[in-house]
Design a protein around this ligand. Structure first.
Ligand SMILES: C[S@@+](CC[C@H](N)C(=O)[O-])C[C@H]1O[C@@H](n2cnc3c(N)ncnc32)[C@H](O)[C@@H]1O
Length: 399
């Protein structure tokens, strides 16, 4: 069985949670934000002509790069020899290094000794800095050469060779190149939409036989606050059927347009969705099929300046009130899994949240939060300087 090193994104709790059911976590290093995993589940929902490892990383919003573990060395010379052997074995001419834990000295030793050893190999590290995923992608290093990740832990050097990297072009395509984007509505990054989708559908894949897994791909993912349709697009790319509804009729139309535009680019069937203008409190009215919910939810007003305490209080009340009604409806319709976000307002160095009351209500209806790896029922997704953070939750129906 192959072992992999995963380089996680900026929100490690989310990155780890979305991997559940897709890989077994063997070890996680909080300080370096690196995860060792085994038993990866490779799914190819649309028969894409892509390598397994690229397929794996493409379905994740929170893993930046993945490398196969090649071996562990306790001697730097043996490490270098192992690297050179791999370079010699392939007719490629680029190479790069990323070092964790070994400091600048280890990185510059590897760069200079490799340059000295080969005439025809171009070492892609500039200024003796680690390579970024952006550089690896832009310079097509994985296609034209090798990237090695060396993780020094105590006396040991773990040598890994990068096998897949986030496809930045595809993210750009479904983010900035979307026909309709509404700055006022706030932009849901496709990566977070992907994470929400993975959280909502994770359980369906855990330990199930392939046969059942395939059947579950026919399950429908609902976003009752679909806005421009980001979650629906990610669901369709992952091979699920999807439903979207929103209170705003104009957004519903635009979501359908975005969905069709991306269907052409990502080759999923346009027929795999339906968009309706509906209040989320009645989102499943007239629908009789099993769904899981993945949604960014409504985050209250979109502020251009930091809101004051009263405004936050008012917004918190409205969001809670709406979600209570939505949960009542979803419970009545026996929806088993709900992954979503609640707003959390940054104010005076702390956060005003609504999650405690929200979770209390959910529990009364028979929902239990799925805990994150740190044991907490929610985790934050935030961008620097944003007035409102997203507090992510996953609920599972137990009653
Ligand atoms: C933060 S935006 C979601 C954006 C979306 N994730 C996207 O990809 O564009 C929240 C959305 O909730 C919708 N909304 C607000 N209250 C609603 C309600 N009661 N029922 C349904 N949709 C509602 C808004 O119209 C808005 O589109």
């Amino acid at each position: 069985m192959k072992t992999y090193l995963l380089v996680l994104g900026r929100h490690p709790e989310l990155s780890r949670a979305e991997l559940r059911g897709k890989a077994d976590e063997v070890f996680y290093d909080e300080e370096k934000n690196l995860l060792i995993a085994e038993n990866l589940q490779f799914t190819n929902p649309r028969s894409l002509p892509r390598g397994e490892e690229q397929l794996f990383i493409d379905q994740l919003g929170g893993t930046i790069r993945m490398a196969e573990v090649v071996g562990e060395f306790f001697d730097k010379t043996k490490l270098q020899q192992a690297i050179w052997k791999r370079i010699e074995a392939a007719e490629k001419f680029k190479c790069g290094f990323t070092v964790f834990g070994g400091g600048k000295k280890l990185l510059s030793d590897l760069i200079f000794s490799t340059k000295d050893h080969f005439d025809r190999i171009r070492v892609e590290n500039y200024k003796q800095e680690n390579l970024t995923s952006g550089q690896i992608f832009q310079r097509r290093i994985l296609q034209k050469g090798h990237e090695f990740i060396i993780w020094k832990r105590g006396e040991s050097y773990l040598l890994c060779e990068t096998v897949a990297n986030q496809n930045l072009r595809n993210y750009e395509l479904r983010d900035r190149k979307k026909d309709f984007r509404d700055a006022k509505m706030g932009m849901l990054p496709p990566k977070l939409a992907q994470i929400l989708l993975n959280l909502a559908t994770a359980d369906l894949e855990t330990g199930l036989q392939t046969e059942i897994k395939n059947r579950d791909r026919s399950l429908t993912v609902l976003d009752p606050f679909c806005g421009s349709g980001t979650v629906n697009i990610e669901a369709a790319i992952a091979g699920f059927k999807t439903l979207g509804s929103d209170l705003n009729e104009r957004f519903v139309g635009k979501a359908a347009e975005n969905f069709a535009q991306m269907a052409e680019k990502f080759r999923y069937p346009v027929t795999s969705t339906e968009f309706r203008t509906k209040n989320a409190t009645l989102c499943l009215e007239g629908i009789d099929m099993p769904v899981v919910v993945a949604t960014e939810g409504w985050l209250g007003e979109n502020f251009e300046a930091r809101p004051d305490r009263e405004t936050i209080h008012k917004n918190a009340g409205e969001v809670l009130d709406l979600w209570r009604q939505v949960l009542n409806h979803l419970a009545e319709k026996k929806v088993d899994v709900i992954a979503g976000c609640l707003p959390a307002w940054n104010r005076a160095g702390s956060k005003q949240t609504v999650s405690e009351k929200f979770l209390l209500h959910a529990q009364k209806l028979g929902y239990k939060p799925v805990l994150f790896a740190d044991g907490k029922p929610t985790t934050f997704y935030e961008r620097e300087d944003a007035f409102v953070a997203r507090e992510v939750f996953v609920l599972k129906r137990t009653a």
